[in-house]
Design a protein. Structure first.
Length: 399
């Protein structure tokens, strides 16, 4: 059934909340940035709140987001949808559009339709503005959608949701494993707990450069979607992990030392808010580089991989504080990185630490690989299901 979005749900916005109404405690208040983080399963990085009495007043007069409603970023970074869960929050007018009161439509299906090429095409074609793109409510009401029967919508949504739930669960597992590795690192190399709280006398102070075979910015890529080689950008590095699904394809000039190796540490090195984020490359792929906004820190030998990786991951705030340049043009100087002072334990301790932490890292790698496979499967199924190329009957037969 062909229809418009305005036929199957109400599309509106929130009541205005002014800056002077922001609080440090109360009911969470989200802008576009926070909705994007929640959609990606990431923790909210900037916490704003409004008073509970103000929220209660709005709820009584105008309503607030309910489970199953959809919020869509509508200014700047356009078209990121989020399905509301069992949660209590309010959101900024203008930046986010609210889909509610669905009629003969499954909101989870509409969520995936908005992510599909068919939804994206309309988002791109019907946005307005040049310097800052925006989606108006009138434009969204007129979005054309080919809507299957409700039972099919639910089957399609359930299939895609099952994949997303597994990906989200893997993300939680990896976060827990990362916390465990960091706790062990602090216990050994900050608090010296195995040695009674005192640093062993045979450890020495050194510099990061002494323990690395390479500290270098990446390449300037030539993008080409037909090539299999990948280039990691700053968007790929967040929450101490690397999301290869956000990497782009490029046509390399030649294979050189900047092709990533297992154990390389990657540090975002440009721009406020992103500069300083770090993650360790724990994949066995041989076709990946980073662009010039990311710095590669390569351990000199295998015994240093676990130690240097955890050291760098615990220093994100330090890296961010080392930036130079003007606002909006900040950069992490390579020479400052090289001169950073650090402890060097003796080899036996490094080997022991590696043996303890490596199983945690291996579990993270396997979980990450599974998530990549599931993401590829989801992204392959999504357009085929939305176009009708793959039917509900096909899904049932495949089970």
């Amino acid at each position: 059934m062909k229809c418009e979005l305005g036929d199957i749900c109400d599309i509106t916005s929130s009541k205005r909340i002014f800056a002077h109404e922001y609080r440090t405690l109360g009911v969470p208040f989200f802008r576009g940035k926070e909705i994007i983080e929640k959609q990606g399963g990431k923790p909210v990085s900037t916490e704003l709140f409004i008073e509970e009495t103000r929220y209660a007043e709005i709820k009584a007069k105008h309503g607030v987001p309910q489970k199953g409603d959809i919020l869509l970023t509508s200014v700047g970074t356009l078209g990121v949808p989020y399905v509301v869960q069992n949660e209590c929050f309010y959101f900024k007018d203008g930046n986010i559009t609210w889909f509610r009161n669905f009629r003969n439509a499954e909101s989870q299906f509409i969520y995936y339709w908005l992510l599909s090429p068919f939804g994206r095409n309309q988002i791109d074609s019907k946005s307005i503005g040049s310097t800052q793109k925006a989606l108006t409510i009138d434009a969204l009401l007129g979005f054309e959608i080919d809507l299957p029967p409700l039972s099919e919508q639910r089957t399609i949504a359930a299939t895609l949701s099952a994949l997303d739930e597994k990906i989200a669960n893997n993300r939680k597992i990896n976060h827990h494993l990362e916390q465990m590795a960091q706790a062990i690192f602090r216990s050994w190399f900050v608090d010296f707990e195995p040695w009674g709280g005192e640093m062993p006398s045979d450890w020495r102070h050194t510099t990061l450069n002494e323990l690395c075979s390479l500290i270098s910015k990446g390449i300037t890529p030539k993008y080409d979607d037909s090539i299999e080689q990948l280039v990691i950008n700053q968007k790929c590095i967040r929450n101490r992990t690397i999301d290869l699904t956000l990497a782009r394809r490029h046509n390399p000039k030649a294979i050189n030392e900047k092709w990533l190796c297992f154990g390389d540490i990657l540090i975002n090195s440009t721009g406020e808010g992103t500069l300083g984020r770090a993650a360790q490359f724990l994949f066995d792929f041989d076709n990946i580089v980073v662009d010039s906004h990311v710095t590669i820190v390569r351990p000199k030998d295998d015994e240093l991989i676990a130690y240097l990786g955890q050291w760098c991951l615990s220093r994100e705030s330090l890296f961010a504080s080392m930036s130079s340049g003007s606002t909006g043009q900040t950069d992490l100087p390579r020479e400052r990185l090289k001169l950073l002072e650090m402890l060097l334990p003796e080899r036996e301790t490094l080997r022991d630490f590696t043996s303890v932490v490596t199983p945690l890292l291996q579990k993270r790698v396997e979980s990450g690989k599974e998530s990549s496979r599931l993401t590829t499967l989801r992204d392959t199924l999504l357009p085929r299901l939305m176009s009708g190329e793959l039917s509900v009957a096909d899904l049932s037969a495949a089970k």
